[in-house]
Design a protein around this ligand. Structure first.
Ligand code: HMG
Ligand code: MG
Length: 298
């Protein structure tokens, strides 16, 4: 029961780079994002407007947002934690503000230095201001399938956080498997419950591939009607507040599977692999995606 088409949201310039030790120069980030815009991908998370003390790799957020070419039809989004950082994102005219929080208290605290209850009004302000500035707002809920500090996460907490984010006016909610711990059976169980409350068209899945289960999880998600998936070219990435977390599912591995299944994405694999090779060269280590290895460049 596969969808006819799927949207791949490229999060490499944000999730991919945020945890890298090597600082990729602003110029290289811009060149890379411009390459990604030319692959047919319709949505790119380009950076984060967050405290550079915590995420130094993305300290040049404003310069990146100002420097890139805006391809018509492509949505350029950025992570924004509060009103102060939203102002900076609006000055450089990002198309979409992505607010983020966790379903587990400890991860939320480590990541954004706030309890869940204090985070809600902070994100509500961001959502309201971004919407009134004519921007779209995306929401992320992390640790949906497990927390690095607390272990299993209750589905009731996931529902509560998700409902609160939708009440703020977010257009899409991305469910994060932050530490890549989910398995297909668990994904089915979680989606079974969430799809009784939320429209499949408003949900995205965000799988890290820490334990190699991301594509299997995507397959069951598609079978249940989900058509938007976050991914990073080459499988770049991790989460600085999730010890041991590795990269997102590789966009090129996901695209290979979707192409082979006849599911449309509008994305060109050769161009995507070329963008993956570009950033691999800048990072200076082999990236984990399988298609880069088949390609002989890894
Ligand atoms: P804030 O506390 O509101 O404001 O930061 P601040 O930046 O003015 O900081 C006040 C004081 O608290 C400062 O102390 C900060 O250093 C400290 P001072 O410098 O004055 O001595 N502080 C912290 N201390 C410990 N841990 C922290 C922390 N933050 C500030 N985390 C803000 C809030 C959100 C701006 C800040 O915490 C921040 O920038 N955090 C980074 C968040 C981030 O970008 N995380 C990664 C992205 S989320 C993700 O990867 C998951 C996702 O991919 C989905 C998934 O995979 O699940 C989206
Ligand atoms: Mg992530």
């Amino acid at each position: 029961n596969w969808p006819a088409s799927v949207t791949i949201k490229e999060v490499g310039p944000r999730d991919g780079l945020q945890n890298e030790k090597v600082f990729v120069s602003t110029e290289d980030k811009i060149a890379w994002i411009n390459q990604l815009s030319g692959t047919g991908i319709k949505s790119i998370e380009i950076t984060s407007f967050v405290n550079p003390k915590w995420i130094p790799a993305l300290a040049d957020a404003a310069e990146v947002a100002k420097g890139i070419e805006r391809m018509p039809g492509v949505i350029y989004s950025a992570l924004v934690p509060n009103r102060r950082w939203l102002e900076r994102a609006l000055i450089v005219d990002v198309d979409e503000a992505a607010v983020f929080m966790s379903a587990s208290e400890t991860h939320n605290q480590r990541n954004i230095n706030k309890s869940i209850s204090v985070t809600f009004p902070m994100l509500r302000e961001v959502a309201q201001e971004a919407l009134s500035a004519g921007k779209s707002v995306r929401g992320y809920v992390s640790t949906v399938f497990g927390c690095p500090y607390e272990g299993p996460v209750s589905i009731d907490e996931v529902i509560r956080v998700s409902e609160t984010l939708f009440e703020m006016g977010i257009g899409e909610l991305s469910l994060g498997d932050t530490i890549g711990i989910a398995n297909p059976k668990q994904v089915q169980d979680v989606l079974d419950i969430l799809l009784k409350r939320f429209d499949a068209k408003k949900l995205a899945l965000h799988f890290h591939n820490t334990r190699g289960t991301a594509l299997a999880n995507i397959l069951v998600s598609m079978d249940m009607g989900i058509t938007t998936f976050d991914a990073s070219v080459g499988g770049l990435g991790g989460c600085p507040y999730a010890p041991g977390a590795s990269g997102n599912v590789a966009s090129d591995d996901l695209l290979y599977m979707l192409d082979a299944m006849g599911i449309k994405t509008g994305v060109n694999q050769e161009k995507l692999l070329s963008a993956a090779r570009f950033i691999q060269g800048k990072i200076g280590r082999a990236l984990p995606s399988h298609n880069l290895q088949v390609d002989g460049s890894n």
